[in-house]
Design a binder for this molecule. Structure first.
Ligand code: GLU
Length: 430
């Protein structure tokens, strides 16, 4: 079961199909720097993480043996505020992946105008193969290893692939025990009972759907006739499928790490959730037919929502994608090669740094609430989330049209410009 994770733990990214997320992230930055006409020194400053910490995480297994895991925390930028970003538990974690994800967090926070820089953490571990007790020990040891660099004013972790609100509760507790008092603002994505925000757990998928509906309207596709395929059925994909269906979009295909299903007349998401609660997978859902997982990406649908891992849309399959609009629920699902093909084909790609920003937006709301010890209602959170997402969407459409850039190019340019402006205004010390 993966439904308690931020996004599902699907198969590891296929690294043969791209040069890797860091190469793609750096190429996006280089193109933005070229558009903005920045000098090489500033380019390098934005390309390099400000701080990286790699730690050994010794784990005593339940059988008494000891295993040494490796963890990272990369803080890409602090120009606009403390670093912010998720913590990922996956066998695919490596330093370059964490560096790329940290850089994307910097751009995401800048694009949505939340007052943070970007960071990301990761431990190379397959959490499905460890008990809850083992995961608690891993989390607490990793937290104590990175303790000097995190904190509500320094760097605020949150859930990502393979971690959840329980992971955040352990991190918050470990940090608080070391501090000698309770520090709720050190992480976001906590349980509501510990100072988490209402609406945080569904925020990423709610944001994906606000943007998906806005993109349909932009392309002149009525919701009543619209169809969607969703790759990944963790928190992002599952929530997105449900909210899309509730909005009147026909969700015809869904996949998880075990396989994919298809129903031309639309999947009943509530019944599918019951099936998953019983069996742990979308596979075998009686009101649908099985579909080869890779075919899901190539269906003739209005909306394709990749909501699993990076690099799933690449030069080899991009030419066969028939979706009119791609809304990136995952971080980095489209390689640079695929982006170029989509540009030529006229497929509208709504980039991750906007499409999945609902999570970090409500993380920001949670941090504000935690720091003030004052709680907002669910409707306040939802309204503010929608307003921020749609403001950023309209701004992005305008800047993409004005500059003649794709949405990803325009989003990266806007974000890089905001970070560079903050850096320049603060000045280089000494
Ligand atoms: N892991 C999420 C992301 O990639 C959320 C990060 C956060 O809330 O800090 O955007």
């Amino acid at each position: 079961m993966t439904t308690d994770t931020e996004v599902p733990i699907t198969l590891e990214p296929d690294r043969t199909q791209s040069a890797g997320p860091l190469v793609d992230a750096k190429a996006q930055l280089a193109s933005a720097v070229k558009t903005l006409g920045y000098e090489e020194g500033l380019h390098q400053l934005l390309a390099q993480p400000r701080r990286e910490l790699t730690v050994s995480v010794p784990l005593r297994r339940d059988d008494g043996s000891v295993e040494i895991l490796t963890g990272h925390r990369v803080q890409h930028n602090f120009s606009r505020g403390p670093a912010k970003g998720g913590l990922r538990y996956s066998p695919a974690v490596d330093l370059d992946e964490v560096r790329a994800l940290a850089m994307w967090m910097t751009w995401k926070c800048a694009l949505l105008d939340v007052p943070y820089g970007g960071a990301k953490g990761g431990i190379r571990i397959d959490p499905r193969k460890y008990s809850q007790g083992e995961l608690e020990r891993v989390t607490r040891r990793y937290t104590s290893e990175i303790l000097p660099v995190i904190g509500p004013e320094r760097d605020i972790p949150a859930p990502d692939i393979g971690t959840d609100e329980q992971t955040m509760a352990w991190m918050m507790d470990t940090y608080s025990v070391a501090s000698g008092y309770t520090v709720p603002g050190v992480v976001t994505g906590k349980p509501v009972s510990l100072g988490g925000s209402l609406g945080r757990s569904s925020a990423t998928s709610a944001g994906v759907v606000h943007i998906a509906l806005a993109a349909l309207a932009h392309r002149g596709i009525p919701v009543a006739g619209a169809t969607a395929a969703v790759q990944g059925f963790g928190k992002v994909g599952a929530g997105a499928a449900l909210f899309l269906a509730q909005a009147g979009v026909r969700v015809v295909a869904i996949s998880d790490q075990y396989g994919a299903i298809y129903a031309a007349s639309g999947l009943d998401i509530i019944a599918l959730n019951d099936h998953i609660a019983r069996t742990g997978s979308v596979v075998g859902f009686s009101a649908a037919e099985p579909l080869p997982a890779s075919d899901l990406l190539e269906l003739d649908v209005s909306l394709l929502i990749p909501a699993a891992i990076e690099g799933v849309l690449h030069s080899d399959n991009a030419g066969r994608v028939q979706a009119k609009i791609i809304v990136e629920g995952a971080n980095g699902p489209t390689t640079a090669g695929a982006d170029q093909i989509f540009k030529e084909l006229g497929v509208l790609v709504v980039p991750d740094i906007l499409a999945n920003a609902g999570g970090v937006i409500v993380s920001y709301f949670e941090w504000v609430q935690s720091n003030q010890a004052y709680w907002w209602s669910a409707s306040e959170v939802d309204e503010r989330l929608e307003r921020r997402m749609l403001t950023a969407w309209h701004h992005l459409l305008d800047s993409s049209a004005a500059r003649g850039l794709t949405l990803r190019e325009a989003a990266t340019v806007t974000a890089v410009e905001r970070v560079a402006d903050a850096h320049r205004t603060r000045g280089l010390y000494p």
